[in-house]
Design a binder for this molecule. Structure first.
Ligand SMILES: *[C@@H]1O[C@H](CO)[C@@H](O)[C@H](O)[C@H]1NC(C)=O
Ligand SMILES: *[C@@H]1O[C@H](CO)[C@@H](O)[C@H](O)[C@H]1NC(C)=O
Length: 434
């Protein structure tokens, strides 16, 4: 089954961390040895502000070696070496490695104080993760962590978007303009061909509008984060439209796949069941997405939510393929039995194309984009976003073009020669099948 292709990206996703911005995290009685906070791509003038308060250790024994508890910055490459050093027993704690950049160890905590503030200037451009290490396996840590990582622009303003993502607001804005253009074009087509418009065409209009609004909010959301370090509510709008876009797009793929409204005016029971599975799963996927984005990788359940999201996404992608396969099967049978070979063959070709394109779209946006994200340097992370958006755009354009309302329905203007040729081809296909 095509879904098997989707699994390589499960592994890659687990390593991609979320956007860095001003972040507030609560750690409660946590005994993890390593807690990753945000990941951020520093340009040449990067800065980290870290304010930690309400620090409580479960075992405040004065003899503990608190130099083994603290924060540090580390690149992905050097992290692999640090892990190697620990495996080779050269060091016993990541904080002892010379490959990391110390931020603060709890040894430096002033007597009796439960809070500290540090400010780190990072001039080596690279992608860093802020990590908390607790190498004392006897204590649990509670604390409130406020962190902000940003780059300074030439004019001294702060840019809270990571080095490879700083042009994303512009990218999203440009794509939203493209979809606004497509919306206009589609309304024009609907008006011109209004006598042959089906209900599904209005549904397609809704899908494009949702996509345009989603991109517009994402552009505004990211540009707000870029300037201020937090989203100030724009993220709520963004999540709402993401949710509506996700539901409408998957529903559209199912509806087109079943041939609803242009092949037949009703849905069969099993097709309704697919929708009844896909829509609630999309709700779960969107909730998972919000949790993943908002908590960041420090959360205890971050990995769990990430897995839930992946599983749900894979199930949705597989589920939407079934109606198309059923339609193809029905059309093949109809082509053999009802004597209108040419009509059915045309529909059959269209549905087969659609099946291939849906698979390509799913594969590209789920696997290729994540592969790109993994292999590109942190400075060019925006390229994987652009690649994903281009694939999505191509998919929308293909769907709109192939299933547009037709003034002269080609299914009914077929002469005898074409009918014979089609019957001939069907016969050939049957022989291949056997
Ligand atoms: C720690 O907290 C105290 C009282 O809340 C405050 O006065 C002090 O400035 C804080 N110190 C640091 C280093 O943040
Ligand atoms: C950290 O504390 C300083 C001084 O109180 C404050 O100016 C800064 O905004 C704080 N940063 C974060 C990320 O909370």
């Amino acid at each position: 089954m095509a879904c098997l292709f989707l699994f390589p990206f499960v592994a890659s996703l687990l390593f991609s961390l979320s956007f860095a911005e001003i972040r507030y995290s609560e750690i409660r009685s946590d005994d993890r040895t390593i807690i990753p906070f945000d990941e951020f791509g520093f340009a040449h003038k990067g800065q980290l502000e870290l304010n930690v308060s309400d620090i409580q250790l479960s075992n405040p024994n004065p003899d503990l070696d608190l130099s083994k508890v603290g924060f540090f910055l580390c690149t992905q490459d050097s992290w692999l070496h640090v892990v190697q050093q620990i495996e080779d027993s050269e060091i016993s704690c990541a904080l002892q490695s010379d490959l990391i950049k110390h931020v603060f160890t709890f040894k430096n905590l002033e007597n009796g104080k439960s809070n500290f503030s540090v400010f780190v200037v990072e001039n080596d451009a690279d992608q860093y993760t802020l990590v908390f290490a607790n190498c004392l396996n006897t204590i649990k840590v509670s604390m409130d962590v406020n962190s902000a990582m940003y780059n300074l622009e030439r004019n001294g303003n702060r840019d809270y978007l990571s080095a490879g993502k700083t042009i994303l607001p512009r990218v999203f804005f440009l794509f939203s303009l493209v979809y606004i253009g497509l919306t206009g074009l589609w309304i024009h087509v609907l008006y011109k061909k209004r006598l042959t418009v089906f209900r599904i065409h209005f549904f397609m209009l809704a899908v494009v509008v949702m996509k345009a609004l989603n991109l517009l909010c994402e552009a505004e959301d990211k540009s707000y984060i870029k300037r201020t370090g937090s989203a100030h509510g724009w993220d709520v709008l963004f999540y709402i439209f993401s949710f509506l876009k996700g539901i409408t797009l998957f529903t559209l793929i199912v509806l087109i796949g079943t041939g609803w409204s242009f092949l037949k005016p009703y849905l069969q029971d099993k097709e309704k069941k697919v929708l009844m599975i896909v829509i609630p799963l999309q709700v779960v996927a969107n909730i998972a997405q919000v949790v993943i984005d908002e908590t960041g990788p420090y959360g205890q359940y971050w990995i769990t939510w990430k897995k839930v999201f992946l599983l749900v996404d894979v199930v949705c992608c597989c589920a939407v393929l079934f109606p198309i396969v059923w339609s193809i099967k029905n059309l093949r049978e109809a082509a053999r039995t009802d004597g209108k070979a040419a009509v059915n063959l045309m529909k059959l070709t269209l549905f087969r194309q659609y099946y291939i394109v849906v698979i390509c779209y799913i594969y590209f946006t789920r696997v290729v984009v994540y592969a790109l994200e993994t292999i590109t340097s942190y400075k060019y992370l925006w390229t994987s976003v652009v690649a994903g958006e281009l694939a999505t755009l191509a998919f929308y354009v293909f769907t709109g073009y192939k299933f547009k309302p037709e003034a002269h329905n080609p299914y009914f203007v077929i002469d005898d020669d074409e009918e014979e040729a089609a019957a001939e081809q069907l016969k050939l296909e049957d022989e291949f099948e056997l």
